[in-house]
Design a protein around this ligand. Structure first.
Ligand code: ARG
Length: 464
């Protein structure tokens, strides 16, 4: 039996008074951690099989336990399982039901195990699975970004620094910069696998166990790579939780930065892009409005995803090395970050596929703000042997002249130009063309059209 006469639950055997009602309610984690039922059952099955292999339990008991656990899984999946808040968490709920189903033999399952190693085992298994899920969403998003890049190799836009027009670039160069960000996210999430692949099961309460267990056996069964090295660290470590929350934060920050940019591009002042109707919403009072709510949602969600990281950092900050109840909140934070990030990645992919590029508005904007001034200075260096600093100062004079006369750089007459840069040839003017400017940035990683095509090919090959 997992219950005694005095109180509700087995671990309260020595405690004579009922647990405070309010604490029983708010201290219970079942509403959150029932999401770990599959992992909990899987880990229990491996544990029972290991106990049998090591002759700690008999085959009869092992078979009964396995039968009971599989039945419980079935009940939960068919929604026939009654979760009980009084039983605190998923581990006790399952154990309690096992007692109901197979009687006192259920009590053999918890030999050489504690909820302290059980809970980290479950959570690591869950995070391994969820990291793979996030990775496939990231991959899908990267494919969409490559698709929109391919369509916009020759779409020219003003690149900004300080949100002021700076130099022309290809729009594909922008979206390929996003690809790099999400590629780093994939790398960051996959790097977390190293510690997620260390099996906590067998650390027991925190000091290990006197039973002759085989931790390599459960490691293999549960598809971990190796057992953790120190039982005390194992029950106390939540670095793998922080890794996930941090990786989620960075990924969500990436989405947020791009969302912000797209909101600006979608504004009536910029008009660089329109958004398809499935990703905008209307206003309850202004009938004309089509608002980029999806993008604002994505930007906003970063707040709670960052918050979860900071909550977890704060929880572990002053915690002595071992298991403490404080740690119970880790799962809520992980699940909330996962759910939010997953939704964000799906929505963001829809947004990328719902962008209608206004190529003319982008090109027109690129003509404003003397965006080819750097090209002009470069040409003075290359064609006339000026140092870059001399060329910079002469170009600044040319820009001043153009500004005074309300002209674009390529509208300045040759005679006027010669007054500022004596002996300047007409050739230099070629560099003031936007397309030539973009295409001249042939340095590795630059915005030239051939570079972009090369990068697209490279990305496509990598994700095959
Ligand atoms: N529900 C607990 C948690 O999520 C499980 C571990 C409980 N261990 C303990 N010694 N109270 O952290």
């Amino acid at each position: 039996m997992s219950q005694n006469k005095n109180n509700n639950t087995v671990w309260n055997t020595r405690i004579k008074k009922k647990t405070s009602n309010i604490f029983k309610k708010v201290g219970s984690s079942i509403k959150v951690d029932k999401r770990l039922y599959k992992e909990d059952i899987l880990a229990s099955i491996s544990h029972a099989e290991m106990l049998y292999k090591q002759k700690i339990i008999t085959i009869k008991i092992k078979d009964k336990i396995l039968w009971g656990l599989k039945r419980i899984q079935n009940e939960i999946e068919k929604k026939n399982f009654k979760f009980d808040e009084g039983l605190e968490d998923i581990h006790m709920n399952i154990e309690n039901r096992l007692f109901e189903l197979i009687g006192n033999d259920a009590g053999y399952l918890h030999s050489a195990r504690s909820r302290n190693d059980q809970v980290v085992t479950d959570l690591k298994l869950w995070l391994k699975k969820s990291t793979v899920e996030i990775d496939s969403l990231l991959l899908k998003l990267i494919k969409s970004l490559i698709k929109i890049s391919e369509k916009n190799i020759f779409s020219i836009m003003p690149g900004f620094t300080h949100l002021k027009n700076a130099q022309p670039i290809s729009l594909a160069h922008y979206f390929l910069s996003n690809v790099e960000m999400f590629k780093r996210d994939r790398f960051r999430f996959s790097s977390n696998m190293k510690s997620l692949n260390q099996n906590p099961l067998g650390a027991s309460a925190f000091s290990g166990t006197s039973f002759n267990i085989d931790r390599w056996y459960t490691t293999k069964k549960l598809k971990f790579e190796e057992p953790t090295n120190n039982s005390l660290d194992t029950v106390s470590d939540r670095d793998f939780v922080l890794d996930f929350l941090y990786s989620s934060s960075i990924c969500s920050m990436h989405i947020s930065r791009i969302a912000e940019e797209l909101i600006i591009w979608n504004s009536d002042q910029f008009k660089f892009i329109n958004l398809k109707d499935n990703i905008v919403t209307g206003s309850s009072i202004m009938p004309q409005k089509k608002n980029p709510d999806t993008l604002e949602f994505l930007r906003g969600k970063t707040g709670s995803i960052f918050g979860n990281l900071f909550s977890m950092l704060t929880i572990v900050k002053g915690l002595p090395i071992s298991y403490f109840k404080d740690l119970q909140d880790d799962k809520d934070l992980v699940f909330r970050s996962f759910d939010n990030l997953k939704n964000c990645l799906i929505i963001f992919d829809e947004v990328i596929n719902g962008i209608i590029v206004n190529k003319k508005a982008m090109l027109d904007a690129a003509k404003i703000g003397f965006t080819t001034a750097t090209d002009f200075a470069d040409a003075l260096v290359k064609n006339m042997n000026f140092s870059f600093r001399e060329a910079y100062m002469l170009t600044a004079k040319v820009v001043n002249f153009a500004e005074r006369k309300n002209l674009a750089l390529n509208e300045i007459g040759h005679e006027d130009l010669k007054k500022i840069v004596p002996k300047i040839s007409v050739d230099v003017m070629k560099n003031l063309d936007l397309r030539n400017s973009v295409n001249s940035k042939k340095s590795y990683g630059g915005t030239s059209f051939e570079n972009i095509k090369k990068m697209i090919r490279k990305h496509k090959k990598e994700i095959k």
